[in-house]
Design a protein around this ligand. Structure first.
Ligand SMILES: Cc1ncc(COP(=O)(O)O)c(C=O)c1O
Length: 383
């Protein structure tokens, strides 16, 4: 095989030295405290059976979609799903993308224009940052969940603002690497008072909050938000994503979001699996969410009892993070937990800032009280 160019070799070597080399893990049968399958839907055999039935009923291609959505890939299941999503999520329209990564790339690279400004929470997902980087608008980050700092950053940039500049503000309703939440009501009010466009990524709130509909729905803010990003690979246990927005914005994205246009559409099977997952969630999601909520509350109660709560980021979501500065330390504890049978992943720098390396505990409806208690006991002895 051809030799890796020297510059790339050096970058890998630097990763090795920093204890930050990423490798693809082998599947393990450990107790799951790391997947995004918050409600256990990814594992349900009856859902898989319903997907096959739905495909047969609709006489759909069981395999690929055969082309881009703008060519041959826009099979009938797309319309069914998008109509459903718009209604269910109380949005004018919905546009399905192949993944949350694609949705964010497509949205942020095409919507903010040259002369516009995007203000983004410093901890937003890599896909949002990548999308912004591809686009032509200027961008500034603001301190995590800090509205005062946001106002100040906007104020500072006011001098060099074009007259017709649009301002976009982007955050997540549940932060993927912290599990915490901004003051969405205040943020929505601030944006509507100032005519700014607020975009909220709901990847980790869908299925968990608002009877499954997300935090924006729980707070009744649907009409205040310019666009919501929802993803189906997490609590829905499937794959893909959607932008919830106005009809006009959907029309724009269909014309300009390159990650929608220049890629093969999702297969009928994937879209059917999203429809089936929603249908399951509407029928049985309440029970799964109750179990998940019990586990979240129990986890929080245990860390308080063990007096280790100060080492955790305060969170009410399914994601709980223990900050343990240094890649070496987080890797060590993660290995100890894995040896004891628990799958807990270390989040290393550069994925998070140096000094803020962490263990990320994802809780699920199917974790047990005993599992949580035993897991936290090990954590307690380590820190
Ligand atoms: C906040 C957030 N947005 C978007 C994505 C990307 O979603 P997907 O996995 O569907 O590409 C993720 C996934 O990690 C995420 O955490």
């Amino acid at each position: 095989m051809a030799k890796l160019p020297k510059k790339l070799e050096l970058k890998l070597e630097k990763r090795r030295q920093d204890n930050a080399l990423r490798v693809l893990p082998q599947p393990q049968s450990l107790i799951d405290f790391s997947s995004n399958d918050y409600l256990g839907l990814a594992q349900k055999q009856d859902l898989a059976n319903d997907v096959s039935k739905l495909l047969k009923e609709n006489e759909l291609n069981p395999n690929g979609s055969s082309g881009s959505r703008l060519l041959t890939g826009n099979h009938v299941m797309y319309k069914e799903l998008e109509d459903f999503l718009a209604k269910y999520h109380n949005s004018e329209a919905a546009l399905v993308f192949n993944s949350g990564y694609d949705a964010n790339i497509g949205f942020f690279s095409s919507v903010p224009q040259r002369g516009d400004i995007v203000f983004y929470d410093e901890l937003v997902h890599a896909s949002i940052r990548d999308g912004i980087k591809i686009g032509n608008a200027r961008s500034y980050k603001f301190t995590h969940n800090d509205m005062e700092k946001l106002s100040k950053v906007i104020e500072r940039s006011r001098n060099d603002l074009d007259e017709d500049a649009e301002i976009y503000i982007v955050t997540e309703s549940v932060f993927s690497m912290d599990g915490d939440t901004p003051d969405l009501k205040a943020l929505a009010q601030f944006c509507s008072e100032n005519n700014y466009h607020l975009i909220v990524d709901e990847a980790h709130a869908l299925g968990v909050f608002g009877e499954g509909k997300g935090l924006i729905s729980q707070l009744g803010l649907e009409k205040e938000i310019f666009a919501r990003i929802i993803t189906f690979g997490k609590a829905l246990g499937s794959h893909g994503a959607a932008v919830l927005c106005s009809n006009a914005l959907k029309r724009y994205l269909v014309n300009f979001a390159r990650s929608l246009i220049y890629t093969t559409a999702l297969s009928p099977h994937t879209i059917a699996s999203v429809l089936v997952a929603y249908s399951y969630m509407m029928k049985n999601g309440g029970i799964q969410r109750k179990k998940l909520r019990f586990n979240i509350d129990y986890f929080k109660e245990r860390i308080r009892t063990l007096e280790i709560q100060d080492n955790f980021i305060n969170s009410d979501s399914a994601i709980h993070c223990l900050i343990l500065s240094g890649n070496k330390k987080v890797k060590q504890l993660s290995e100890q937990l894995q040896e004891a049978g628990f799958d807990v992943k270390p989040i290393l720098s550069p994925t998070v800032k140096e000094g803020e390396e962490r263990l990320r505990f994802c809780l699920h409806s199917y974790n047990t009280k005993e599992e949580i208690a035993n897991l936290l006991q090990i954590v307690k002895t380590y820190i």
